[in-house]
Design a protein around this ligand. Structure first.
Ligand SMILES: [Zn+2]
Length: 425
């Protein structure tokens, strides 16, 4: 099972990682990276090293208060300035230790050669960016950045590489109102590599740097193929995008705050999961909505509504289904099972299986979204949640229908509803 690495930010034990795991675990093996270096007073520790600053400052104060030494304000200011500089330099040591901990945790759980996905939040995005630049063996597949504190002009070019890229796809969630990112960006002069991509998105500088690789990235790819910006719940409208752009800035609502992605599990289920599957989230939402509606119409035995839905699933093309309709995809999967060639004449019995599998597909998807006990440890709910991946839902629907067609005739279940399911007369 493919791995997903999650990395939390400062002042946190990363409780969101366990919540996200409830959504991700049935489909991926989660590596929830933990590091304690910034768990408390994290913002301070990013700027100065308290284990240097505080003891030395206390020592100086004690010496001064006990009248052992008499320093002028001039000497005090020089001493304090020197102390601040030294304690700032020691933050590099703390950061280095955190980086090594993260690298060790990833290496210990991820087999060599695998490209795990990664989800990073806040300071975790800074650490992941540093890790990717520092260690060439760190190669991710999908990268999700939320509350990102990397600079807008982050040098993605150096990660793209000539042959082996350090990443495949990036989803950078951008929120104008993320005050923590704005605050962190004030430190960019103090801490090289820190910035405000979580507010501004990645932009021209990194786009230009990617274009410099004219020989590596096909010149057929226009400038717009490299970094795209889209609004949440909208499909990327750049021509022929199909996720080919390395980086997508996804604009969230203006008042979306730094930790809002972790309120409940909805954000992870609605947006992160499809991105990790390389399915457009708008398309995925359309699919869930249509399946819910069709399943409800079936429950109400609304024949007219069912015919409309059947028409919809017979005509609408889906990227996740290899640009086929759902009916076409089910048909191709059935043909593959029966070792038949595409275009070969389907028998009435096979057509019947396809349309009954479509009805079952609606229910399988709808049941998966309604899984109440989202515990990946529970085999039943895990099995049910697996069907959130449309291709697995199709396979399960086909399994179910083929199994019922193999029953003795006196145990046949009632036929489905809609045009394709009416008893033949
Ligand atoms: Zn795009």
């Amino acid at each position: 099972m493919k791995h997903v690495v999650t990395v939390h930010g400062i002042n946190s034990k990363g409780q969101w990682q366990e919540r996200a795991e409830q959504v991700l675990a049935p489909h991926f093996s989660c590596i929830n990276v933990k590091y304690a270096h910034y768990r408390s007073f994290g913002f301070l520790k990013v700027i100065v090293e308290p284990w240097i600053l505080i003891p030395v400052l206390l020592l100086l104060l004690i010496l001064s208060m006990t009248n052992m030494i008499h320093w002028t304000w001039g000497i005090w200011s020089v001493l304090l300035s020197g102390l601040l500089i030294v304690s700032h330099l020691f933050t590099y040591v703390r950061r280095e230790l955190a980086l090594r901990i993260i690298k060790t945790q990833i290496d210990s759980k991820c087999p060599p050669g695998e490209r795990p996905h990664v989800i990073a939040h806040s300071f975790g995005t800074f650490l992941i960016g540093s890790l990717m630049k520092r260690f060439p063996d760190i190669q991710f597949d999908a990268v999700i950045l939320t509350g990102c504190v990397l600079p807008a002009g982050f040098d993605w070019q150096s990660l793209k590489g000539n042959k082996v890229s350090g990443f495949c796809r990036v989803r950078n969630e951008v929120a104008d109102g993320d005050q923590i990112v704005r605050l962190a960006s004030l430190l960019r002069r103090l801490i090289p590599g820190m910035g405000s991509a979580g507010v501004t998105g990645f932009h021209e500088a990194s786009r230009r740097s990617l274009l410099m690789q004219g020989d590596v990235i096909s010149r057929a790819n226009t400038i717009d193929d490299l970094i795209h910006t889209v609004d949440i719940r909208n499909r990327c409208l750049f021509p022929d995008c199909n996720g080919r752009a390395g980086i997508h800035n996804v604009r969230l609502p203006h008042d979306f705050s730094h930790n809002d992605s972790f309120t409940g599990t909805g954000h992870a289920a609605t947006f992160w999961l499809p991105f990790l599957w390389n399915i457009d989230d708008a398309e995925y939402s359309d699919l869930l909505e249509a399946c819910h509606l069709a399943s409800e119409l079936k429950r109400q035995k609304d024949q007219v509504g069912l015919r409309v839905m059947e028409e919809f699933f017979t005509t609408k093309l889906w990227d996740w289904a290899d640009t086929q309709t759902v009916v076409g995809f089910i048909e191709s999967q059935l043909l593959a099972r029966q070792e038949l060639q595409q275009g070969q004449q389907l028998t009435p019995a096979t057509k019947d299986i396809v349309y009954r599998a479509l009805v079952c597909f609606w229910d399988v998807i709808t049941d998966a979204t309604k899984t109440k006990d989202r515990s990946p440890q529970d085999p039943k709910s895990k099995h049910q949640m697996l069907s959130l991946y449309p291709r697995i839902a199709v396979a399960k629907a086909l399994d179910s229908i083929i199994k019922t067609t193999q029953r003795p005739t006196n145990q046949q279940p009632p036929r489905g509803l809609g045009r394709g399911f009416e008893p033949k007369v």
